[in-house]
Ligand binder design. Structure first.
Ligand SMILES: Nc1ncnc2c1ncn2[C@@H]1O[C@H](COP(=O)(O)OP(=O)(O)O)[C@@H](O)[C@H]1O
Ligand SMILES: [Mg+2]
Length: 369
């Protein structure tokens, strides 16, 4: 191994570790409002990362900074190791798909998809096969010559994706692209997009405020809170190991109960809650105020056995088809919540019934209150 080769490989490893897209310490204010707050994120090549968070948390602002439509007040943005923080949008080779897909109504489907290639001065004989390939990817080949206005919402959104991909961007940004579509179509488009992006192998950032959508499409999810990233993890980790109450509440449902630590030993705590004693893995001093939580599907209704057992009254029952949700009666004030999911409703359980909730301490999470 030559020294030059080793150095090049080390640099390459460093670059891939650093990520294809790296945002380092980005801040953005609008007047007095801090919209991005020293935010950092690194996205690997070929990775599909969602920015998930409530309306107003800064998702679009971050995307606009990466696209070059907005300049951050501080921080650095690099793509493939090249700093682009001050590069104008048209020099960034970044594809963008917005919610209102902004197609050109007077052009055909193929002309819409080929628009970016014409703008780049790509010759017709090279552009045609690239447009055809982009249309194939989004399964719209047979619609190529139609006016774009003849398409349904879902088809128009596919064309917006094809139009962004045809210029072979090094990064694809999608800002709530499916939020105008009805639920059924949205679910189809999510699976299609995931499949398509894997086929193309492109690095993509997908903005959504819909946690289910983020769980479906993403390799990793960045949960945003007030201009910062609260947790960045793969969907399963985010769901089973949220690092804060904010993430616990934003991704999925749970039974969560406030309480006080009454015992603490060997990495386990016992917490007195409004519904009884709950044990969980954790290290908190006695008398600490904490919140314990368990996901709905980790709970069964079993009277006997070891593990956590708490008793509650059922307030409402929701039949969801493939499963049934029991909502528990808890004081309306305070932040305690109770929800259990069962494959089917046990006989004799109705609103008002008292039930025993059984769950494994290993499935129980504990957070500082
Ligand atoms: N150009 C702007 N001028 C002033 N305030 C803005 C501007 N763009 C966004 N904001 C504000 O920044 C905050 C974050 O906006 P945005 O990034 O669009 O959030 P999200 O996409 O997560 O819903 C909001 O409070 C919004 O009103
Ligand atoms: Mg937005």
């Amino acid at each position: 191994m030559t020294a030059v080769g080793a150095t090049a490989r080390a640099a390459e490893a460093g670059a891939s570790q650093a990520g294809h897209l790296v945002v380092a310490g980005a801040s953005k204010r609008f007047g007095a409002a801090v919209v991005l707050d020293d935010l950092s994120i690194s996205v690997a090549k070929g990775e599909f990362v969602s920015l998930l968070g409530p309306s107003g948390c800064g998702k679009t602002t971050l995307l606009r900074c990466v696209a070059g439509l907005l300049r951050p007040d501080a921080g650095r943005i690099t793509v493939a190791g090249q700093e682009i923080t001050r590069l104008p949008a048209h020099k960034r080779n970044v594809g963008v798909v917005f919610q209102n897909y902004a197609l050109f109504p007077h052009l055909t489907v193929a002309e819409n998809v080929g628009f970016g290639l014409r703008a780049q001065g790509v010759a017709k004989n090279e552009a045609a096969p690239r447009v055809a390939e982009a249309l194939r990817l989004v399964r719209m080949t047979e619609h190529a010559e139609k006016p774009v206005t003849a398409l349904s919402g879902g088809q128009q959104q596919r064309i917006a994706v094809a139009r962004a991909l045809v210029v072979r961007p090094s990064l694809l940004l999608l800002d709530e692209p499916f939020s105008a579509l009805d639920r059924k179509l949205r679910e189809t488009m999510q699976v299609e997009l995931k499949h398509l992006l894997r086929e193309v192998g492109i690095t993509a950032i997908f903005v959504t405020h819909d946690q289910e959508e983020a769980l479906v499409v993403s390799d990793r999810i960045a949960v945003m809170n007030a201009g910062r990233i609260e947790q960045l993890a793969d969907p399963a980790t985010l769901y089973s190991r949220p690092t804060s109450l904010y993430v616990l509440d934003f991704v999925g449902q749970s039974t969560r109960l406030a309480g006080t630590v009454t015992e603490s030993a060997a990495g386990m705590v016992a917490v007195e809650t409004a519904l009884g004693l709950v044990r969980a893995p954790g290290s908190f001093a006695r008398d600490s105020r904490v919140v314990v939580a368990v996901r709905p599907e980790a709970v069964t209704l079993e009277e006997a056995g070891t593990g956590n057992r708490i008793s509650a009254r059922v307030s409402e029952i929701s039949f969801l088809g493939s499963r049934t949700q029991l909502h528990l009666d808890l004081p309306a004030e305070g932040e305690d919540r109770g929800v259990v999911e069962l494959p089917r409703l046990p006989e004799g359980v109705a609103p008002g019934s008292r039930v025993t909730l059984a769950f494994d301490p290993a499935d129980t999470m504990v957070f500082p209150a």
